[in-house]
Design a protein. Structure first.
Length: 273
């Protein structure tokens, strides 16, 4: 059914300011599209995923979703969209599995957040191996991210998340681990050549509170080169440090990310344990 992450959307208050920040962050030029459903959008396409920046500019369901997100928690991740080959068949299967939804004006299908623990999940039709052309780069290839490594979902109920992302969405669970030293349980679902990571704080206990989208981890070949470029551009970035995965390096971007916790790392797609 689901064969890849298609895109993630970030709700922003000022589209032009957000475009300037993310063009600098990702080192690529954004493409704007015509407003639809009360919202204006700009897209940055990378090798394996697209980033959608969306701002409310009028009346319509998309504009209302953005306003609700901004009123509730400010700018940040709005939704995650998965690619399917047959949208009709995939949406019918999800409905049989207890995930209600409805078609959208942009030829996608939106799951009801009550059935996805509060996370906005969208299905979009896309053939396997088909991707938009990557947005034009504004910096050398080794100084910009190539794609998305993983998106994080924070859940107060990891077994509920396991049922949603594994049993209902059918994603490929590759690793489920609890680490007392980190105080977290993590589940990694392979989705194309990206990963959906479910994170649960062990000390918070288990509850029926909603899940929420966390942050993004961007993949690159040379974190030191990307870090140096961003520092020169005025971003507040951490030092490059060793990652938890042996042989990797990571650094964090502390500002100009429009409310999205942002990690930059050298990593390959998660292998089977």
């Amino acid at each position: 059914m689901i064969h890849a992450l298609d895109h993630v959307a970030v709700a922003v208050a000022d589209l032009e300011a957000a475009v300037a920040d993310y063009e600098a962050l990702l080192g690529r030029t954004a493409q704007r599209t015509e407003p639809i459903d009360g919202a204006s959008r700009a897209w940055i396409h990378l090798d394996n995923i697209s980033l959608e920046l969306i701002a409310a500019t009028g009346e319509g369901p998309a504009g209302e979703r953005v306003r609700r997100r901004l009123d509730a928690g400010g700018e940040g991740l709005l939704l995650v969209a998965f690619a399917v080959e047959d949208l009709t068949a995939a949406s019918r299967l999800l409905e049989r599995r207890g995930v209600r939804g409805h078609p959208r004006a942009d030829e996608a299908w939106s799951a009801h957040p009550d059935d996805t623990a509060g996370v906005q999940i969208v299905l979009v039709p896309r053939a396997r191996g088909q991707r938009p052309q990557s947005s034009p780069a504004t910096a050398p290839a080794d100084a910009i991210p190539s794609g998305l490594d993983h998106v994080v979902v924070h859940s107060p109920n990891p077994d509920r998340a396991l049922a949603i992302y594994g049993a209902k969405l059918g994603l490929d669970l590759r690793l489920d681990r609890a680490n007392e030293a980190w105080g977290a349980r993590q589940m990694f679902f392979r989705c194309g050549d990206s990963v959906v990571e479910i994170g649960h704080g062990l000390k918070q206990g288990v509850s029926d509170a909603p899940d929420h989208l966390g942050g993004l981890a961007w993949r690159m070949s040379k974190p030191a080169a990307v870090q140096a470029r961003l520092a020169e551009a005025g971003f507040n970035v951490s030092e490059v440090r060793k990652g938890r995965k042996p042989g990797t390096e990571v650094f964090t971007v502390r500002d100009r990310n429009r409310g999205v916790p942002t990690l930059m790392l050298s990593a390959t797609p998660l292998e089977a344990p």
